[in-house]
Write a protein that binds this ligand. Structure first.
Ligand code: PRP
Ligand code: URA
Ligand code: MG
Length: 213
């Protein structure tokens, strides 16, 4: 597994405001959207394209177009939904599949409560959207799911990752024999005793959609 921490002052600037507890849901959603578009630019470096030729007003021009089958974008509900528009802005013709997963806040075990994905992902590049990689349990289960269906190239975009989660994920997916990359805005310090990322940004789902602030 490859971890790519995007090092760019605009990413750091937006992430700092996102972390700030004074940032309320409307601005949190807008910043998430902007950050994901910046991360998606890096995350799609290996998106598959094929050669095409178009006719300009002057001459033929050799270029590329996205290959078929189109990439599959998979937001992990609930918080991953806040990342979908920012991703689709860059790859508007991608297909979208959904995974609903929730972490038990006592045991920190992830469980799946909804799945709406194509039955056959053979030969598909997949982009998984989940803002937080904390213990890594949620992302490990999601990747397993996609590889079981035949995905052969997966990139996860996370706003934040914790070192413990990256290590757990690496161990948990070591048997998956496909290229897997995690693209993130920051590798944070650690997890706390409740499984939250430190310094983190709190509960991403609540900050996007939840508690009135
Ligand atoms: O790496 P992990 O320890 O598995 O934790 C990460 C998961 O926790 C959060 O989801 P949550 O369970 O809070 O669901 P939500 O998106 O509906 O809020 C987050 O959006 C990730 O999916
Ligand atoms: O810090 C964390 C950990 C898991 N889920 C979140 O939303 N935040
Ligand atoms: Mg949550």
């Amino acid at each position: 597994m490859r971890l790519h921490v995007v090092d760019h002052p605009l990413v750091s600037h937006k992430l700092t405001t996102l972390r700030d507890e004074r940032t309320l849901s409307p601005e949190f959603r807008r910043l998430t959207d902007e950050l994901v578009t910046l991360l998606a630019y890096e995350a799609t470096r290996e998106v598959r394209v094929e050669p095409v030729t178009v006719q300009t007003p002057v001459s033929p021009a050799h270029g590329v177009a996205l290959s078929r089958p189109r990439p599959l974008v998979v937001p992990i509900l609930r918080a991953g939904l806040g990342m979908l528009d920012g991703m689709m802005r860059l790859v508007p013709t991608a297909e979208v599949g959904f995974l609903g997963m929730v972490r038990n806040e006592e045991t920190l075990e992830a469980s799946t409560y909804a799945e709406r994905l194509p039955a056959d992902l053979s030969g598909r590049q997949c982009y998984v959207l989940d803002p937080m990689l904390a213990t890594g349990g949620t992302l490990a289960a999601a990747l397993e799911f996609l590889v079981d269906r035949g995905a052969d190239h997966i990139t996860a975009i996370c706003l934040l990752v914790a070192p413990e989660g990256v290590a757990n994920l690496e161990a948990g997916i070591a048997h998956l024999d496909i290229p897997i990359t995690v693209v993130t805005a920051a590798l944070d310090e650690r997890l706390n005793e409740k499984g939250y990322i430190v310094p983190g940004l709190g509960d991403a789902g609540d900050r996007l959609y939840g508690l009135a602030q």
